[in-house]
Write a protein that binds this ligand. Structure first.
Ligand SMILES: [Zn+2]
Length: 306
């Protein structure tokens, strides 16, 4: 049962206290009850300081440990407002905008918060695209008259991956790369797409090592010009993305800020069919507390095994 506020008033009523914010995180982090982050044990004792002590390995944990809220000195209420603000601004938010709305003391804090929220929007290596995926690169920003081709100055090269759902666009991934070399493009594909998927590209030499990395590689056409004459699904995503960036910042997005906007756009795009802002908020909080699963090494590092 997905439970989220629909309106600003509902949001304000619901998250008026630290306790109500904490309870919401608790329900999303451990929907089936407590799970120890170290040993996955399901039983814990609450401590006087609001922590949970695992009854198996004795580790003390909090609902925010390991999440983007860990060690924050700001109230959770403020974080909740930040998330609500982010999902409600159709054209995205800047660090300056977040600082102003939340009354944060410094631009740096707002900037760090955006980066943390970003990591909850798109989680590299998790929720990778699958099935048939079209991949191509496009240039973002820079002067219009910039030279096209490899290494265009002032422009950022972005790899666009889009699932092909019978010619409709499924989920997407956007990733900035330093150049169109096989090394950069292969890493971008591995982080964005499940091995075994069919990856469709043009004939650019940067994609030749996809088969040896476990992908079924389909070359749609020969084309050696990076960033030109995009494949059709990618072309649609790229123009929507550029329009969005243009609308928000008149295209004046610094390369250093671009990663945030790419992830924010991806988050919105992949949930574009959900009309409810409240549902976006719910997803963002859910991903913010969804920490990496316990690995074998983590368990062996604990006091008890198995
Ligand atoms: Zn434990």
């Amino acid at each position: 049962m997905e439970d989220y506020p629909q309106t600003l008033l509902e949001f304000e009523d619901r998250f008026a206290t630290e306790e109500s914010c904490r309870q919401y995180l608790l329900d999303l982090r451990w929907p089936d009850g407590f799970r120890c982050p170290r040993c996955s044990h399901s039983k814990a004792w609450p401590t006087k300081r609001g922590l949970y002590r695992c009854s198996n390995c004795d580790i003390q944990t909090s609902v925010t440990a390991g999440t983007i809220f860990q060690d924050t000195r700001k109230p959770l209420r403020l974080w909740f407002r930040a998330m609500w603000y982010v999902v409600n601004q159709k054209n995205g938010v800047s660090a300056m905008g977040l600082k102003r709305v939340l009354g944060l003391g410094s631009y740096e804090t707002a900037w760090i918060w955006l980066h943390k929220l970003r990591s909850a929007m798109v989680r590299p290596g998790r929720d990778r695209l699958s099935g048939t995926v079209e991949v191509d690169e496009t240039y973002i920003g820079g002067k219009k008259s910039g030279k096209r081709g490899r290494g265009a100055t002032g422009k950022a090269l972005v790899v666009v991956a889009a699932e092909d759902k019978e010619n409709r666009i499924g989920r997407i991934r956007l990733r900035r790369v330093s150049n169109a070399s096989a090394e950069s493009l292969t890493v971008a594909v591995i982080e964005s797409i499940e091995p075994g998927s069919i990856v469709r590209t043009d004939g650019w030499s940067g994609y030749v090592s996809l088969p040896s990395n476990g992908y079924v590689h389909t070359v749609l056409r020969q084309n050696n010009h990076v960033g030109e004459n995009l494949l059709s699904l990618v072309n649609r995503v790229a123009s929507l993305l550029k329009r969005w960036l243009q609308g928000t910042h008149q295209g004046a997005v610094r390369a250093s800020h671009l990663d945030y906007y790419l992830d924010e756009y991806t988050f919105r795009f992949n949930r574009r069919t959900s009309r409810s802002r409240g549902k976006l908020f719910y997803r963002l909080v859910q991903q913010a507390v969804d920490i990496a699963p316990v690995t074998g090494r983590d368990i062996n590092g604990g006091r008890k095994i198995g």
